[in-house]
Design a protein around this ligand. Structure first.
Ligand code: NDP
Length: 439
């Protein structure tokens, strides 16, 4: 976009083009999620009259097909960048001074008037008291999970965030025995409490093992198996251990200090409202700034950077009403505030809740339920938050985000005619208030 706006642009990329999302994040993850959902669809099929014959799953085929698609996308990204007239240096860039970057492999120096740091982040391996636990190097992270030679039969997953939960459901759906080890009381800290409860119940009813208030203290390899010792004295045997305990900004060894760029406590690049760092000609966007770690947010921040710097139109990124989804099975999607956050922000809230059995599962027979919740400011009747735990929640929440962006009230939702029969219609037919609460 900067090149199309007339700038002479070069990108230094030490790995593959496309970044975390395309190469080792959202896209390959979603392909694995699709793969993991076939087993449940097969289980539902007899209720609809289908007889399903013998079936088997081949991990190697899935990974090879996924890799092919990622390579195709990488090619497209590279082509688009080149078509915009951008020079690509397949190299690692580090700062030498405020305007000079050294390309490590070629030892070439490149100078620039403006510099954008968009180096992203990577999975952390520091557990417990911020150190790598004994045997921690035997564990994998999400980066390696996409390239395992074999599918683990038993996998332990540490963490209770997006990545831990998504991989827990992927491996469970593909037939592995999954144990989720989370240090807190309930996974997905910061999400609405009712949604967290619904997710925990769903995981247990599907046969995922969830160990709460639990952390590894040591990992050992014994024969072909791994043994993880927990703070509760248990020893769990498994084939793989996946650490999904957060991500750290890619600023290590970037030598930003040589350019006068200040970092925060976690190593993130500190930026102002316009993504400008402490060096006035250097900007930073995306995960490396540790604001909202979501691809569309990074893209939005980048567009604002181009407006500000190359189109003489100072534009601050807008981080309000950003919808997001955890691609568990079913999905958990949210836009706006949780009940707890709304109360914390001083709102007296009206809460609307609905829990129902989706039509698909009436004949399918599995005891699956969908839960929806709306958090409404009592004084203005503005909808502060919409939360959905159920099939297609991510697809539904995108449009709820448009409504919230426009400042929709509960009455706006109520006056919208339902589209029947869908799950989404529940959002415009929730008439009975569940309860009200004041801070
Ligand atoms: P998160 O920050 O979401 O979760 C990290 C988890 O690890 C938390 O449950 C945290 O527990 C736990 N944890 C942190 N430190 C330790 C420790 N030292 N020992 C044990 N447990 C620990 O990180 P993820 O890696 O899951 O994801 C990173 C970000 O990437 C997400 O926040 C999200 O923004 C983005 N993402 C988005 C996706 C999507 O949009 N679908 C998919 C994947 C990632 P606690 O809660 O107690 O702090």
């Amino acid at each position: 976009m900067a090149a199309l706006a007339g700038a002479r642009v070069a990108i230094a990329e030490e790995s593959r083009m496309g970044g975390t999302c395309v190469i080792r994040g959202c896209i390959p993850k979603k392909l694995l999620v699709y793969a993991s959902q076939f087993a449940e669809n097969f289980a539902d099929a007899p209720g609809y009259g289908w007889t399903i014959g013998e079936r088997s799953f081949d991990w190697a085929t899935l990974i090879a097909n996924k890799d092919k698609e990622i390579a195709r996308l990488e090619g497209l990204y590279t082509k688009n960048v080149e078509a915009a007239g951008v020079t690509i240096f397949a190299d690692r860039a580090v700062f030498e001074d405020e305007h000079t970057l050294l390309l490590l492999n070629s030892q070439k120096r490149v100078t620039a008037e403006k510099i954008l740091i968009a180096t992203g982040n990577r999975p952390t391996r520091e557990m417990g008291t911020s150190h790598i636990i004994p045997g921690g190097n035997l564990c994998i992270t999400s980066d390696e999970a996409f390239h395992l030679k074999e599918m683990p039969k038993r996998i332990l997953i540490a963490g209770g965030g997006y990545i831990a939960l998504e991989f827990a459901h992927i491996f469970h759906g593909l037939g592995a025995h999954v144990s989720l080890v989370y240090r807190g009381e309930k996974p997905l800290r910061g999400f609405d409490d009712d949604m967290r409860t619904a997710l925990c119940e769903s995981m247990s009813s599907r046969g995922l093992e969830v160990l709460l208030g639990c952390e590894f203290t040591k990992v050992e390899k014994r024969g072909d198996c791994l043994h993880a010792e927990t703070n509760k004295g248990a020893v769990i045997e498994c084939d793989q251990i996946l650490l999904a305990i957060g991500r750290q900004p890619n600023t290590m060894a970037l030598h930003v200090e040589k350019a006068g760029v200040a970092l925060g406590k976690k190593g993130e690049v500190k930026v102002d409202d316009y993504s400008r760092t402490s060096a006035p000609h250097i900007y930073a966007v995306g995960d490396v700034t540790d604001r909202l770690q979501l691809t569309p947010v990074a893209i939005h921040e980048a567009m604002c950077f181009v407006e500000t710097v190359f189109k003489n139109n100072p534009t601050a990124p807008d981080h309000v009403h950003v919808a997001s989804a955890v691609f568990t099975t079913p999905e958990l999607a949210v836009v706006g505030m949780s009940e707890e956050k709304a109360l914390l922000m001083g709102h007296t809230v009206d809460i609307y809740k609905s829990s129902f059995r989706p039509l698909l599962h009436t004949l399918g027979g599995r005891p699956v339920r969908t839960m929806m919740k709306m958090v409404v400011d009592q004084a203005t009747q503005k909808v502060l938050g919409v939360h959905i735990f159920g099939d297609h929640a991510a697809e539904i929440i995108q449009l709820a985000a448009v409504a919230l962006k426009l400042g929709a009230t509960k009455q706006d939702f109520d006056s919208t005619i339902a589209l029947h029969p869908t799950a989404a219609e529940e959002l415009v037919t929730m008439r009975t208030k569940s309860y009200s609460k004041s801070p």
